[in-house]
Design a protein around this ligand. Structure first.
Ligand SMILES: [Zn+2]
Length: 178
């Protein structure tokens, strides 16, 4: 949750600062460990309050493709700021919480422009590995759901790259029928 708040703060900053190319921010467990360029740091302090009333992305639906080994998840997200932003990319590893096993990789299907007050659909594709398939069959055979986390999240918002090596529990999803 804290990660999301940070990202949304950075959306705000990116929109204010305009194109900030090549800025990489490494996020660990708390804000005090952030490695932030000084010019961004001040902007974070000035805009942090703006991130306090934010509607989280809402999952709309997801579809499985057993042949391609993919889950395509669609969420809608309303830009909470009075500014236009672009989410250029988002990638993450998908991890089984129970066994700490990496199941595959997720990435946003395409860049999303979010004008102020606009709601957009964000499509993310998760590709699971053959190892994940074996894992479902050997460790989760009798279960219909699996609890997962996103790890090593990298998101590029309006030219600002945020890296978050820590794990973020995003709840359970149905296990793909393989
Ligand atoms: Zn597992």
């Amino acid at each position: 949750m804290q990660m999301l708040a940070l990202v949304l703060i950075l959306i705000n900053i990116g929109a204010i600062a305009g194109p900030v190319v090549g800025v990489a921010i490494v996020y660990r467990d708390n804000l005090s460990e952030l490695v932030i360029p000084p010019e961004i740091n001040q902007l974070i302090e000035e805009t942090a309050v703006a991130g306090s009333q934010i509607q989280l992305p809402q999952l709309v639906n997801y579809t499985y493709n057993p042949v391609a080994k993919t889950v395509t998840a669609v969420a809608n997200f309303t830009n909470p700021f009075n500014l236009n932003v672009t989410i250029n990319s988002l990638t993450a590893d998908v991890v089984c919480n129970e066994h700490s096993l990496t199941l595959g990789h997720a990435r946003m299907a395409n860049p999303v422009d979010l004008d102020k007050d606009e709601t957009a659909y964000i499509t993310t594709v998760f590709v699971w590995t053959t190892d994940a398939e074996n894992h479902f069959l050997t460790q989760h055979l009798t279960e219909s759901n699996i609890s997962i986390s996103l790890k090593n999240i990298v998101v590029d918002i309006s030219g600002i790259t945020v890296e978050a090596p820590a794990s973020y529990n995003i709840g359970t999803i149905p296990i793909p029928v393989v």
